[in-house]
Write a protein that binds this ligand. Structure first.
Ligand SMILES: [Fe+2]
Ligand SMILES: [Fe+2]
Length: 272
């Protein structure tokens, strides 16, 4: 886990990252979030592989017993890794997901429907001092994916969408040079959502327009540090992805060459 990041008075990021960079592309952040609304919301639960660190980071931000809602943006392992551990410490909390999310999480452990509050994209959740809007982000890698827009903070919690490979883990997306960020942004969003190459550009464009109209000041992706004031350049880059070259990872020969260079203390020069 990395050091928690305070986005504003209400939102804290619980950041982590994959321990090794993706060769040739960079690091992938893994973020969960605490939203201190009147009824506190935890957005995603991190990776089970670092359960103790995750729970310590969470406890440094909020007493888990105060959490009222655990918004699971989708059922991938980097989002539900510590859900059971959090639930054990948060007896009042209900899981926010949709029926697809329930069905997919049911393959990991039995979910009692009493633990769940179903929300569909387009619906809202009243958390006391604000109304959260459930939004399916433009790109997603699970049919259960459901982000949320918080009008009070003007922040869009976008699940995997709007993530990026970055040269080093950073506390703010603005800390990455613009060219490198947009390159890593395009690569990540193609790699994590390869179906974007099957998408009709006009249809994707109309979904991107919905985000443009929502116009969040801050994008809080699970896979990029907080990004403020960067929406336009992100949407422009995303609109070009359907016809861009697809992401292709290194094959076995290439990864062996890359790792030989890394182990020799060299910067990898092998291109996948
Ligand atoms: Fe995912
Ligand atoms: Fe993810």
């Amino acid at each position: 886990m990395d050091k928690p990041i305070q986005v504003n008075s209400d939102i804290t990021v619980l950041p982590s990252h994959l321990p090794l960079p993706i060769p040739g592309h960079g690091y992938v952040g893994i973020n969960a979030f605490v939203l201190k609304s009147q009824q506190p919301v935890l957005v995603d639960t991190g990776m089970g592989i670092e359960a103790d660190e995750y729970m310590s980071a969470l406890e440094s931000i909020i007493d888990p017993s105060e959490i009222q809602w655990i918004w699971i943006t989708h059922d991938d392992a980097d989002h539900i890794g510590n859900l059971e551990a959090v639930l054990a410490r948060a007896p009042k909390a209900k899981i926010i997901t949709n029926i697809i999310g329930v069905a997919r999480m049911e393959t990991s452990w039995h979910i009692n429907l009493d633990m769940v509050h179903l929300v569909n994209p387009g619906e809202t959740l009243d958390v006391g001092d604000r109304i959260l809007h459930a939004v399916r982000p433009p790109l997603f890698d699970s049919p259960a994916t459901m982000g949320l827009y918080d009008p009070k903070s003007d922040a869009f919690f976008s699940s995997d969408c709007f993530g990026a490979f970055v040269p080093e883990p950073v506390p703010n997306a603005q800390d990455v040079a613009s060219d490198a960020l947009l390159e890593g942004f395009g690569m990540f969003n193609k790699g994590n959502h390869p179906w974007v190459h099957l998408a009709d550009e006009k249809k994707l464009g109309s979904v991107l327009n919905e985000v443009k109209e929502m116009n969040p000041q801050t994008i809080l992706s699970a896979h990029l540090a907080p990004a403020t004031g960067m929406l336009d350049q992100f949407l422009k880059t995303m609109a070009q992805l359907p016809s861009a070259d697809p992401f292709v990872g290194p094959n076995q020969v290439e990864i062996e060459q890359i790792m030989a260079q890394v182990n020799a203390g060299q910067v990898p020069t092998v291109e996948a």
